[in-house]
Design a protein around this ligand. Structure first.
Ligand SMILES: NC(=O)CC[C@H](N)C(=O)O
Length: 308
């Protein structure tokens, strides 16, 4: 535990000078206001320890990291039938790409690109009103993190609602193929709110711990998913969690991970820990620049790569 704390502190210290290198996600105006110098790391271990450094207790917009949790919910509800709506192959294209969808007749390549995540949210929405679906996603996050203080930032949701034309295009296109069943405005209302969930690195690391512990949250004892499903969610994160940067992330870090344009990344060390990092400066693929570098250093020094 002391060693881990020292390791995480050293990584935080060593990368502090690189925070200005990335670029905040300015296509969502509310996210453009977040200072580049924010930097936090939290490691939650399956033994129940939590190590935090820097801004690890400050809430930020989890954005696409939420896609991992809505996928978990949708699989719980629809099981294998979910794969009729969305594929599970790496995309090799940007997170908000449109071209691939037409080639593939409206069926998104995977649940983590925007199109796939919108299709997954449509599956979560099934049978309920948008408000209820937003409530159940938020409750799921509070349950996973064992923390009732987690909230949604309405300014971020509104900001994206007002500017998310590309997501509207994706949703309408999928609706034309009957890949989504609800009106695009309703699905996106839910999607923008799930992306606007605000969580700290500490809360995110705790929320991801079930994926490091065969589907059971070791802090609360609650079984979240089966061991087989946890394995599959990890494989999805490895192959698709960083969009067209997934190969580079696997190469450099060697862990399943899911990024968000808020600058957060949740990475899983199977059998050992969940790690959340936050640094808002993004690289060209929309993944946290320093966050990736921090996970690379940490995984290398701790010997955590799943590739041995
Ligand atoms: N990669 C991301 O975090 C993208 C999420 C963002 N809400 C969007 O839909 O564009």
């Amino acid at each position: 535990m002391e060693d881990l704390k020292q390791l995480v502190e050293a990584v935080h210290r060593e990368l502090g000078s690189k925070l200005e290198e990335g670029k905040v996600a300015d296509y969502i105006p509310q996210l453009a206001k977040v200072p580049l110098k924010k930097f936090g790391i939290a490691v939650a271990t399956v033994e129940g320890d939590l190590v935090t450094v820097g801004d690890a207790e400050e809430a930020f917009s989890i954005q696409s990291i939420s896609k991992l949790f809505t996928l978990t919910m949708a699989l719980g509800r629809w099981g294998e039938r979910l794969w009729a709506r969305v594929d599970r192959e790496p995309s090799g294209s940007r997170f908000n790409s449109i071209v691939q969808l037409e080639h593939e007749h409206g069926k998104p390549r995977n649940p983590f690109i925007n199109a796939g995540a919108i299709a997954v949210t449509d599956a979560v929405l099934s049978g309920s009103q948008p408000k209820e679906a937003i409530g159940s996603i938020l409750r799921f996050m509070r349950f996973l993190a064992a923390d009732d203080d987690i909230t949604i930032d309405p300014r971020v949701a509104r900001s994206e609602q007002a500017t998310g034309h590309r997501n509207f295009a994706l949703a309408h296109f999928m609706r034309s193929f009957d890949v989504i069943e609800h009106p695009p405005a309703e699905v996106l209302g839910v999607y923008f709110h799930q992306c606007a969930i605000a969580m700290s690195c500490a809360q995110l690391a705790r929320s991801g711990l079930f994926l490091a512990a065969e589907g059971r949250n070791p802090l609360t004892g609650h079984r979240v998913v089966s061991a087989a499903r946890a394995r599959r969610l990890n494989s999805m994160m490895m192959m698709c969690g960083h969009y067209d940067g997934a190969g580079d992330f696997a190469f450099r870090v060697g862990l399943p991970g899911k990024s968000g344009v808020g600058g957060g990344i949740l990475a899983i060390v199977p059998g050992k820990a969940a790690v959340a990092v936050w640094s808002p400066g993004l690289d060209a693929n929309g993944n946290s620049h320093v966050g990736t570098a921090a996970l690379e250093l940490l995984a290398r020094r701790a010997g955590w790569s799943v590739f041995g």
